[in-house]
Design a protein around this ligand. Structure first.
Ligand code: SF4
Length: 63
């Protein structure tokens, strides 16, 4: 799995960090998403799926 984000659409809600803290964090200035693990292992798939679902800006996708 590869994580793709459209950072321009991020509004800093932080739902992704709560769902998958091993994969996402937020920057200190604006709270915009930062990908910590762009190729997460399969055991994180459910957490990433939840992050995608809960992201209000639909910023996150995978391939
Ligand atoms: S949940 Fe979406 S909008 Fe919120 S910080 Fe994460 S990527 Fe950005």
């Amino acid at each position: 799995m590869r994580i793709i984000i459209n950072r321009e659409k991020c509004i800093g809600a932080g739902n992704c960090v709560m769902s998958a803290p091993a994969v996402f964090t937020q920057d200190d200035d604006e709270g915009l998403v930062i990908v910590l693990d762009p190729n997460p292992s399969d055991d994180l798939a459910d957490a990433v799926a939840e992050a995608m679902e809960l992201c209000p800006g639909k910023v996150i996708s995978t391939e």
